[in-house]
Structure formats: structure tokens, C-alpha cells
Design a protein around this ligand. Structure first.
Ligand code: SF4
Length: 337
């Protein structure tokens, strides 16, 4: 087998959209060939639904479809147990249990499943490094080499996150899809990145909003420090990092009232526990706020139809236009004594 490069597969789902460049660079620096499953399509979803048990959410079912499309084409499957990537917080339990789900459903032997634990909850950056050392040891005994691979991966991750901050979507970066047309009026699209970035499961929502004359801002485009500062307004933040990012972003826009943002859309997964809690909170704050802008909660699952989504988006755009026109006409009315 000398000279044969080992292949490691990364399923395109869930935290892939966050850590794409980090994971890919880390594995490549360790000498592996990285294979990423194709963009989500009908077959991937159907396969995921076949294996997905009832209680799991749609994004996890889609993830399983991606595992199926990869598992027989690679030497290893990369499904790290990402317990926590922010000190003091967790990821959703479904994400924590992914390696077990994949192993049990598909009978992947331990030597092929790369499921090391990355956990920053207690020890912060030390837990992060420990996790990547464990992941890397599968192929490399020299710790210094693994840490060097991690440093390069972190540089690649910073670059990726910087691109997202300037308005690039994961699919633009990963698949070189064309960028949306810049627009003056914007919509804040809240939601887990694996919903807002997978254009098959979100039925091209970003492009649809763009075609209706609006740009899209997501929480990936907001500075982390700003999100964390606004999160302090909440007496008891959530346990889950991504939920906290959604809350902090919603509060930042609610309080700062960026005049270019004409509406908020929160995309949630129908069977998601964290989303049901956060969705309620965000909706209440928006309704309570003075001079607020229109809000739409979109629940996505395997039964969501594209025609229904288009109708709701068009109605939402009408509402934003109506509000905007009404406010402008009010502001420009001549003063009467
Ligand atoms: S946060 Fe919600 S959508 Fe995401 S994996 Fe957990 S249950 Fe599923």
C-alpha cells in the first residue's frame, strides 16, 4: 500500500458548514485526501429519510444521507464528536450523539470512524487542542506535527470566517457559486448555518430573497464580539452555542435598528428542541420592541413545499414594502399645525 493516499470522507451537513476549511486543511496537512459528499440533492435526502428514525430532526436525517453517499468510497469517515466549541457551552445533544448514531445505523467499524471528542466546555482552548491531538494521532504519532497541522487549519478557518463576515455564503466559498446581487434593502435571516446555507434544503431561500430585491444578512456575517455583547442582555442564555449566536444576533439588530434591514426571517427545523425555545423568545422580543419590522418564522422539514415557501416570501416582501412606504409617507408628510 506504499504511496497510496488514504481517503477520508467529510459528510456535507451540520457543523460541516462551520468547520469546512478547518477540518479539510487539518486532514490534508496530515497527508490525507479529503472527499466531501456532493451538495444535498433529492437522492441524499431520500436516503437520509430511509435511515433516520422518527425522533431525529431533518438536518440530522440529511446528514445521514451524506454519510451514505460517502461511506463506501473512503477509508475513513470523519464524524468528530464536537461536544463544545465555546467555553462554558455545549452543542445540541443530537450533534453530540452523531458518531454513535452513524456507527449503530451503518455498522461502521471503529477503525474507520474518526470520532474523537473536541470539548472546550471546561478547559477552553486546551480542550480544543487535546481533541485535535486525539483526532490526528490516528495517522500521525508526532504531536508537534499534529499541532502544526492544527495551526495551519486554524489559519484557514480564520480566512473562511472572515470571508463569511464580509457577506460570502458557505456555498460561494466551498463550491464557487456566484455571489448574490448587492441590494440596499436587507433581510436578517436567522437560523442554524446548516439550514440557511444548504440551498437544497432551504429551497434556495437566499437567491429567492435576492431576486425579490433584498440582500440577506446571517449571523455568520456579524462580529462574534458584538453577538456576545448583546447576549449579555439575556439573564439566562441558552446551553447551546449556535442558539446563543442566533439570540445575540437578533438582539443586536433589534436594538441597533439598522435602517437597511426591513425584516427578520427565522428559519427553524420543525423537530428541533433548541429552535422551538429560541424561536419563541425571538418572536416575543420582536413583537415587544417599538418600531419593529416584519417577522416571519419558517419551519422547514422534509414535507415543506417550494410553492408554499415562495408564497410566504412574496407575502412577506409585500408586508415589508407596505411598512416601508407607510413609514416614509408619514415621515415626508408636511407638518400641520
Ligand atoms: S440544534 Fe436542532 S436542528 Fe440542529 S441538530 Fe440539534 S435538534 Fe437538529
Amino acid at each position: 500500500m506504499i504511496g497510496l493516499t488514504l481517503k477520508v470522507g467529510i459528510p456535507r451537513g451540520l457543523l460541516f458548514y462551520r468547520f469546512y476549511n478547518l477540518w479539510k486543511t487539518f486532514l490534508e496537512e496530515l497527508g490525507l485526501e479529503v472527499v466531501i459528499s456532493p451538495p444535498t440533492n433529492k437522492l441524499v435526502v431520500q436516503r437520509g429519510l430511509t435511515y433516520g428514525v422518527e425522533e431525529i430532526c431533518f438536518p440530522v436525517k440529511v446528514f445521514l444521507g451524506h454519510v451514505l453517499s460517502l461511506k463506501d468510497r473512503v477509508d475513513f469517515l470523519f464524524v468528530p464528536r464536537m461536544v463544545s466549541f465555546y467555553k462554558g457551552e455545549y452543542n445540541c445533544p443530537k450533534i453530540l450523539g452523531l458518531p454513535d448514531l452513524v456507527r449503530n445505523l451503518f455498522g461502521i467499524p471503529p477503525e474507520r470512524l474518526v470520532d474523537g471528542e473536541v470539548n472546550m466546555r471546561e478547559t477552553g482552548i486546551r480542550g480544543w487542542r487535546k481533541g485535535f491531538l486525539e483526532l490526528g494521532r490516528r495517522w500521525e504519532k508526532n504531536e508537534r506535527k499534529i499541532l502544526r497541522a492544527l495551526e495551519k487549519a486554524e489559519d484557514a478557518h480564520r480566512l473562511y470566517r472572515k470571508e463569511l463576515k464580509r457577506g460570502v455564503f458557505p456555498e460561494n466559498f466551498i463550491d464557487q457559486k456566484p455571489l448574490c446581487t448587492p441590494q440596499e434593502k436587507k433581510v436578517l435571516l436567522l437560523g442554524h448555518t446548516y439550514l440557511t446555507s444548504d440551498s437544497y434544503i432551504n429551497m434556495n431561500i437566499v437567491q429567492k430573497i435576492n431576486a425579490l430585491g433584498y440582500g440577506v444578512i446571517t449571523q455568520d456575517m456579524v462580529e462574534e464580539q458584538k453577538i456576545r455583547n448583546y447576549l449579555k442582555l439575556v439573564r439566562k442564555p441558552s446551553f447551546w452555542t449556535i442558539s446563543n449566536e442566533i439570540i445575540g444576533t437578533a438582539l443586536a439588530y433589534l436594538k441597533e435598528k439598522d435602517p437597511s434591514v426591513k425584516g427578520y426571517i427565522h428559519m427553524v427545523s420543525f423537530e428541533c428542541g433548541p429552535d422551538s425555545l429560541v424561536g419563541e423568545l425571538v418572536e416575543r422580543w420582536i413583537k415587544r420592541e417599538k418600531d419593529t419590522v416584519p417577522y416571519l418564522r419558517l419551519e422547514i422539514d422534509e414535507h415543506t413545499g417550494e410553492a408554499g415557501l415562495v408564497t410566504r416570501l412574496e407575502a412577506f416582501v409585500d408586508m415589508m414594502e407596505w411598512r416601508h412606504a407607510r413609514r416614509e409617507s408619514y415621515l415626508s408628510s408636511p407638518l400641520t399645525s
